[in-house]
Design a protein around this ligand. Structure first.
Ligand SMILES: NC(=O)c1ccc[n+]([C@@H]2O[C@H](COP(=O)([O-])OP(=O)(O)OC[C@H]3O[C@@H](n4cnc5c(N)ncnc54)[C@H](OP(=O)(O)O)[C@@H]3O)[C@@H](O)[C@H]2O)c1
Length: 306
């Protein structure tokens, strides 16, 4: 990345008195996002599926930032009951919530269903974050000004041509990258519909593509590839991938920059680093976004009674 970055850690304002939640905050982009919120004095809650990995990350953040107000909240986003329980526990504490970064994700994993019969990437990357956000929304709305950041990906372009395939949501016959793309376009469509529902409120929600970042996310995908694909990806990472610090900047911009409120950016999509991006028309279709919201509410009502 050459030239002056549009946003750097130094541009994050002081966050004393602010509370932030970062999902997948124990690793990669989420770890740096949580660490830099903590460095600016926020009370940070790192959501992780493994308490051990989460606690190790929290200890590291505390040591590096000298901020002791960092903690773990255990949840598994593919298990919506666990996610709902974690969110309910947070709500019961009666803390405010100014920043929610829906960052956790899995990429191009082999076909697998969660316990409710939904493909794992869609269940984790999109539906788990829907449950979390919806449960936390009353607190977020009571903590204005507040932000919700949904970490998507440029890979939204690999989604089916209708964006969401409502007739075949699990996409069993498609490849793992198409299924990942559908989960990531869902993050964008969710942002669009949420922004519409939050119109006129002091809650700014946006989606981001962090960039091509050298993290652990491709480990599982790579372990299922042949020598040639593995080699190409390793070389591409070495030559073109951003480091995790730069990879977190676009999320941190959407989560903290005063520019978001000044320009009233809502339902937008940002690309690295902190630049307003342009989406393909199938990712800005308000009708698909509203349909996805309704479809999701019906599914969660049927499966969890929520
Ligand atoms: N890296 C890139 O090039 C890139 C590009 C575009 C978009 N993104 C997006 O950026 C986000 C962060 O990814 P990353 O690159 O930083 O990868 P990462 O280092 O693998 O981090 C992913 C995080 O998500 C957590 N996670 C996975 N499944 C979960 C579940 N069921 N419940 C709760 N947490 C779960 C992981 O926890 P564990 O430690 O337990 O696995 C980990 O903390 C993802 O949404 C990804 O789609 C990344």
């Amino acid at each position: 990345m050459f030239g002056r970055k549009k946003f750097s850690f130094n541009d994050i304002p002081d966050l004393t008195g602010k509370v932030g939640i970062v999902t997948g905050g124990n690793s990669g982009i989420g770890y740096v996002t949580a660490r830099e919120l903590a460095r600016k004095n926020a009370h940070v809650i790192v959501c992780c599926r493994s308490i051990e990995r989460g606690q190790a990350a929290v200890d590291k953040i505390k040591a590096e930032t000298k901020n002791d107000n960092v903690e773990v909240l255990q949840l598994d986003l593919s298990d919506w009951k666990s996610t709902k329980d974690a969110a309910d526990n947070f709500v019961a504490r009666k803390l405010p919530l100014h920043i929610l970064v829906n960052n956790a994700g899995i990429m191009a994993t082999p076909y697998e269903l969660n316990e409710h019969g939904i493909e794992k990437q869609f269940a984790t990357n999109y539906l788990g974050h829907f449950v979390l956000t919806k449960t936390l929304l009353p607190v977020i709305e009571a903590s204005t000004p507040s932000r919700i950041v949904n970490v998507s990906s440029l890979s939204y372009k690999s989604a089916p041509k209708t964006g969401i395939n409502f007739d075949d949501i699990n996409l069993e016959k498609e490849n793992a990258v198409t299924r990942y793309g559908q989960s990531k376009i869902a993050n964008i469509l969710f942002t669009l519909e949420l922004a519409k529902r939050l119109e006129g409120k002091q809650v700014w929600t946006n989606a981001v593509h962090p960039g091509f970042v050298n993290t652990n996310i491709s480990q599982e995908f790579l372990s299922n590839q042949g020598f040639l694909t593995k080699s190409i990806i390793y070389v591409a990472k070495a030559l073109f991938a951003m480091n995790e610090d730069d990879g977190a900047l676009t999320s941190l911009y959407a989560a903290t920059s005063p520019e978001i409120e000044k320009e009233d950016y809502r339902g937008k999509y940002f690309e690295p680093i902190a630049k307003l991006g342009t989406l393909k028309p199938f990712a800005t279709n308000q009708e698909t976004a509203s349909r996805l919201w309704k479809w999701t509410e019906d599914l969660l009502n049927e499966k969890l009674g929520i």
